[in-house]
Design a protein around this ligand. Structure first.
Ligand code: ZN
Ligand code: ZN
Length: 571
């Protein structure tokens, strides 16, 4: 691709403040407010507004100049709207400038590192007797932060100091929708298809890519530079254009004719590994374009006698081979799901009652919902005491006897304690329908210890499903180390199961580990870990990953009736 470096924005947009610049200032203000004993909700509100603004397609600068009502956007209230107006109209934010002026230099500089938690950084500064970002970097690299303040602190600092070039899939989906709408409505694009990692449903996204049909690609490129006020163009040629989005990730546009649409979408959707395997059968995709018309993906696959390969599978495992033999799995869908096996209620840290959660699940058409509140040791999440769980069991029995149009399953998210024992006595666990067992403490144990800990827990006959197996929080912490092969083996031997936790920042097991567990014959639950009624819909996020792992409904625990599950849970 021919590239032009440092492409200039069109003249008329030069003076426009981009949404990114506005967001930077709001986030900077949040940073300094948080060092000031300011109400944490207010700090969070500024951070949240900044994040929203980064993925907005309309230019806030233009909206302010048109005197539009900014509170029409979710997350922007009166106070934040007036801060935005001030930034646009005066070029500064006086409150930010005042706080910056009053703060000591080591505090003031934290306004520029909006993903670092100022309070934690100041703790590091004090402990290590340092006072600058440069020293912070040095102490991180030398390992002193980890040895003096622990692994989690070091992870936080590392993440906060690295530049953001990645985004969770669910946030990228919002951005995808906004850009798609912009392309169709504002750029006169005739057709648009998201491709790449976003279409394959990869859980963390660094780039959003579209194939577009247009008569005037240069006009689309120039229009796109005004997305969100101003969007930097990094490269442009007749083959495509690359932009740096305010949200911190890359946008790639590739123009394509209707005649070659299917071929183009296939070439842009698959991973490198997938395309390599595909080209063994089809020959170089780039040399195909002139000869035959491939208007649709289906036409392409037909031509080479391959079954249609779902985008989520195009990662270069065995999908091309299976498509050739026409034995690809029929991937699980939301319609196959019969219940949720991991949900919280007000008994621990959920926001809705057991009855409310059951009603919401029934409205989704579920047959059952498992209430798995936290166990006694997890004080931070209001873990349920032994007596209270006994009471809850009797309460659910009563609810079920009355009939609620849905079966409420008696469960618990039982902590796996450091020594591998479970957080309730056996006679109580025995009274439950099943358990989800999770690690919420002592993340610092090494790989061997963590693996042994989980395997020991699985030896308890009341252990059913391993909750969020690695504890990862995407873009925040990598999760504890376990020897997944040994844990999978042990689970199979003991009749235990895994979950894909659908929470967008967990998606744990990963698709790759799910593939491994499922290949070993271990059934997988796709659970939401809902803490409110609304979160039950997150199941789609978990299903994205289940589909990436190639799971058919027969491989998914909660695609089964309760009668069948009941048998599987008795060990
Ligand atoms: Zn948990
Ligand atoms: Zn949970």
């Amino acid at each position: 691709m021919e590239t032009h470096e440092e492409v200039q924005s069109p003249a008329q947009t030069q003076s426009v403040l981009s949404n990114a610049e506005i967001a930077d200032r709001l986030a900077g203000l949040a940073q300094l407010l948080s060092t000031q004993k300011e109400n944490p909700y207010k700090v969070k509100a500024y951070h949240r507004a900044a994040a929203r603004i980064r993925s907005l397609s309309s230019s806030l600068d233009e909206l302010v100049r048109e005197d539009a009502d900014l509170t029409q956007f979710p997350g922007i209230g009166e106070a934040i709207a007036s801060a935005i107006r001030e930034i646009v109209l005066t070029g500064k934010l006086s409150k930010l400038d005042t706080l910056r002026g009053q703060a000591a230099p080591e505090v003031a500089s934290l306004a520029d590192y909006t993903r670092l938690d100022p309070k934690r950084v100041l703790r590091v500064y004090k402990k290590l007797k340092i006072s600058s970002i440069e020293s912070l970097r040095e102490k991180l690299e030398s390992g002193e932060i980890e040895s003096a303040l622990g692994l989690r602190m070091a992870q936080h600092i590392r993440q906060g100091l690295s530049e953001a070039h990645a985004m969770l899939l669910y946030r990228a989906d919002d951005l995808r929708d906004a850009i798609e709408e912009f392309l169709l409505a504002k750029c006169a694009v005739k057709a648009v298809q998201v491709v790449g990692a976003c279409r394959r449903r990869v859980e963390v996204i660094e780039e959003i890519a579209f194939v577009i049909e247009t008569d005037d690609f240069p006009a689309v490129v120039s229009r796109m530079q005004r997305y969100g006020g101003r969007t930097a163009l990094l490269e442009s040629s007749t083959e495509g254009a690359v932009f740096a989005l305010a949200a911190g990730i890359i946008l790639r546009l590739r123009p394509c004719s209707a005649r070659a649409w299917g071929l183009c979408v296939i070439a842009e959707t698959g991973s490198q590994a997938h395309l390599k395997k595909l080209e063994v059968i089809t020959g170089r995709l780039t040399s195909l374009s002139g000869k035959t018309a491939f208007k649709t993906e289906a036409a392409f696959y037909r031509k080479f006698s391959l079954a249609y390969i779902e985008p989520e599978l195009r990662e270069g495992y065995d999908e091309v081979e299976l498509a050739g033999k026409n034995v690809l799995p029929e991937l699980v869908t939301e319609a196959d799901i019969r219940g949720d096996l991991h949900a919280h209620s007000t008994s621990s840290d959920g926001v809705h009652s057991i009855q409310q959660m059951a009603t919401a699940a029934r409205e989704r058409g579920y047959e059952y919902i498992g209430i798995s509140d936290h166990s006694q040791s997890l004080k931070i999440a209001r873990g349920v005491s032994v007596d209270d769980l006994w009471r809850q069991i009797r309460y659910i029995d009563k609810l079920n006897a009355k009939g609620h149009g849905i079966r409420i399953l008696k469960s618990s998210e039982v902590d796996i304690l450091a020594d591998g024992s479970l957080d309730y006595p056996d006679e109580l666990l025995k009274a439950l329908d099943y358990t989800v067992c999770s690690i919420h403490s002592r993340f610092g144990l090494n790989r061997e210890q963590q693996t042994e800990r989980i395997m020991r827990a699985m030896d308890n006959r009341y252990f059913n499903i391993l909750g969020h197996a690695t504890g990862r929080l995407l873009l925040k912490r990598p999760g504890y180390e376990i020897d997944i092969a040994r844990v999978v083996d042990h689970a199979r031997g003991n009749g235990c199961f895994f979950e894909i936790n659908s929470s967008p920042d967990r998606l744990d097991l990963s698709a790759e580990n799910t593939r491994r567990a499922s290949a070993a014959g271990v059934l997988i639950a796709v659970n939401t870990d809902s803490h409110s009624m609304g979160e039950l819909q997150l199941v789609g996020r978990g299903l994205d990953q289940a589909r990436r792992a190639g799971l058919a409904k027969s491989a998914v625990l909660n695609c089964m009736s309760w009668q069948k599950l009941h048998g599987l849970f008795k060990r």
